[in-house]
Design a protein around this ligand. Structure first.
Ligand SMILES: [Fe+2]
Length: 249
């Protein structure tokens, strides 16, 4: 299996490239619109063909490249079925693995950040989306989010994985790349050290985070599998424009 962690700097998003070496089929998890050409160049360099894009949830902080990549490469759009997006080719549900040659992704329904969020288990790696971040977690104050639900998802679906399972989040704002289930169970300041559900709910309730600056454009754009609205203000244009390759990790 080929596994690459790609970084999109405008929204600090990690996109994961996963591919089967035998068949040359690749999947991009949580692709980001301004990085689509860069990601295709990485695939080309590796001699891979994009079979599908897959998202963990309807994002509020960036626009998925799913639609754009489908138009360019014919890749299928995979997305959690529960979000009921009419543009999806392959609805995803827990209990129904996504198989690509020798690669198998197991969806884990992990609501709480959004009501449709899924994480993906890839053998000894877990792509935890915005449910579990390194030393943190996704916010729970919009898109059907709920702190108690997120606590249950993380405890019941992620903290029950083997401790050595590697945690690959959808974002990191401090340059951290990877953690593990054992590490997060131990030292995650919001969820670790055996913190109880009410303590977690209390933490999330007093966070008082600012209104996400791109959400009003991202939600309709992502519900259309990655359309950038025409009327977007200039200062948010970087969420739609191509970024130069030297800004990519
Ligand atoms: Fe999110």
């Amino acid at each position: 299996m080929i596994f690459r962690q790609l970084f999109e700097p405008v929204s600090s998003t990690y996109t994961y490239l996963i591919a089967c070496e035998d068949t040359g089929q690749a999947i991009l998890v949580d692709s980001v619109l301004p990085a689509w050409q860069h990601d295709l160049e990485v695939l080309k360099d590796l001699g891979l063909r994009l079979a599908a894009t897959l998202d963990t949830h309807v994002h509020a902080d960036h626009i998925t490249a799913a639609s754009h990549l489908r138009r360019e490469t014919g890749s299928a759009i995979a997305h959690p079925a529960i979000d009921a997006l009419s543009c999806v080719d392959r609805p995803i549900r827990e209990g129904e693995p996504l198989v690509l040659g020798s690669v198998r992704l197991d969806p884990l329904y992990t609501p709480g950040h959004t009501d449709g969020h899924h994480a993906y288990l890839l053998g000894e790696r877990a792509l935890t989306g915005d449910a579990l971040l390194i030393d943190g977690c996704g916010r729970t104050d919009f898109q059907g989010g709920d702190a108690a639900t997120l606590y249950r998802s993380i405890h019941d679906k992620l903290f029950t994985l083997p401790g050595e399972t590697l945690v690959y989040p959808a974002h990191d704002y401090e340059g951290r790349c990877v953690s593990s289930i054992a590490q997060e169970m131990q030292r995650n300041p919001r969820l670790g050290g055996g913190r109880r559900i009410q303590a977690f709910v209390d933490i999330m309730e007093v966070m008082d985070l600012p209104y996400p600056k791109f959400i009003d454009f991202a939600l309709p754009g992502n519900r259309a599998c990655g359309m950038c609205p025409e009327e977007i203000p200039d200062h948010l244009q970087e969420y739609c424009d191509r970024i130069s390759n030297n800004r990519q990790g």
